[in-house]
Write a protein that binds this ligand. Structure first.
Ligand SMILES: Cc1ncc(COP(=O)(O)O)c(C=O)c1O
Length: 404
């Protein structure tokens, strides 16, 4: 028997990407994929946003030169305006922004930077959360602690459990918060709950890392979806001794630029401090890891956000996507309630791309084996995979596997 190089064991395939490959290989006529966190149109096809399509025409003759290590300054200014809104004008020397390899790269850069310089004892991440939060922080060498986020009983945020867990944190510990449209549960904190968390984060001297991967997908409005980030940023600017925060910003979902890897990391600290040293350190990490961020996708985002006409088109595109998702939620709920005589209100009230259905791993296996419907073992579905042509089939299949 051959031995593994360096004794390395064979790691299991990433669950989501493994299921996507299985789905591609499945030849069944009625197969449905509810796995990928990527928007699909009413025919189940990937959608190039009309705003992005037009921006591409503007960029036909774009150059292929390197960007600077920190990325495009114009892109960073627009990205900052998008997430911080009117507060962006008040962020001066106390803020540092750097273009990243999408949201994953922004989370990773935040983790590498904070592990190196803040040296937290622990990072608190939601349970459940986007699976990569675990790997990113573990690879940065920071002990990962989960805080309760979701209550299966109430099908809403477990605010008491979350506050109790954060009460155990120590100064300089990091807390990861999803800004909106929480992956995988589809439930977000209310504004009063966010305000409570902001208070605890400050009292306990924790460093908040906001993961903003779905701005525009929760409500369809970019400003409403940035409310929590802006509230915390106001706290950093107003409250003495605030430890500061980072925002890992992704443009994969809200521009449909999944494969172009467009993102940014923003660091905000109190106004009496300068972020110039931190900016240099972020650039040093970027230089050693990938040197320069990708140019093309960032140029598309820059073109759309800088042009009032394209920006208006983009906001209409966001509305198209979030409206279709909400419609599919309603239809799935109606059909499930008709088929099971049970209450499926949560499918409609959850927000963003994902719904935490409450299906068990056994249900999920039966759905795949009997109906060729693919979803994560946690029972999370990507609502984007539903359309008029398959919602009835999916509801009927879900009802059937729950019976047996
Ligand atoms: C919560 C969350 N954060 C970050 C990401 C990163 O996405 P990307 O690297 O494509 O920007 C995702 C993608 O699914 C996500 O769900």
């Amino acid at each position: 028997m051959t031995q593994e190089f360096l004794g390395l064991s064979v790691a299991p395939a990433d669950t989501a990407f493994g299921l996507m490959a299985e789905f591609e290989a499945d030849t069944h006529a009625n197969k449905v994929s509810l796995v990928a966190g990527a928007y699909r149109d009413e025919n189940g096809h990937p959608w190039i946003l009309p705003s992005v399509r037009k921006a591409k025409e503007h960029l036909r003759d774009t150059t292929h030169e390197y960007l600077g290590i920190a990325g495009s300054p114009a892109f960073l200014r627009l990205a900052k305006d998008l997430i911080f809104g009117p507060i962006a004008a008040r962020l001066k020397n106390n803020a540092a922004s750097i273009q990243t390899v999408s949201g994953t790269g922004a989370n990773h850069l935040a983790a590498s930077f904070l592990a190196r310089h803040l040296r937290p004892k622990r990072v608190f991440i939601p349970s459940p959360t986007w699976i990569n939060h675990h790997s990113i922080w573990a690879m940065a060498g920071v002990a990962v602690v989960e805080y309760p986020y979701y209550s299966p009983t109430t099908k809403s945020v477990d605010i008491v459990g979350m506050l109790n867990a954060l009460d155990q944190a120590e100064p300089n510990d990091v807390v990861v918060l999803q800004a909106c449209a929480h992956n995988p549960t589809g439930v977000d904190l209310s504004r009063p709950q966010w305000a409570q968390i902001a208070e605890v984060v400050w009292q306990k001297q924790l460093f908040a890392v906001f993961d903003s991967a779905y701005q525009g997908f929760a409500t369809g409005h970019v400003d409403s979806d940035a409310w929590a980030v802006r509230h915390f940023t106001e706290c950093v600017l107003a409250w003495e001794n605030h430890p500061g925060l980072c925002v890992a910003q992704s443009f994969s979902k809200n521009f449909g630029l999944y494969g172009e890897r467009v993102g940014a990391l923003h660091l905000v600290i109190p106004q009496i401090l300068s972020a110039q040293g931190a900016r240099g350190s972020l650039m040093a990490i970027a230089r050693a890891e990938y040197s320069n961020p990708p140019r093309f996708g960032a140029s598309l985002v820059e073109t759309v956000l800088a042009d009032p006409g394209l920006r208006a088109q983009w906001e209409a595109d966001l509305h198209t996507m979030s409206f279709r998702i909400r419609t599919m939620r309603r239809k799935l709920r109606q059909r499930l309630e008709a088929a099971t005589q049970l209450d499926w209100a949560h499918v409609e009230t959850q927000i963003g791309m994902f719904s935490y259905t409450g299906l068990t791993p056994e249900h999920v296996t039966r759905l795949r084996e009997r109906y060729h419907i693919y979803l994560l073992p946690s029972g999370r579905i990507s609502v984007c995979g539903l359309n008029e042509g398959n919602v009835e089939y999916v509801a009927h299949a879900m009802a059937d596997v729950m019976k047996s």
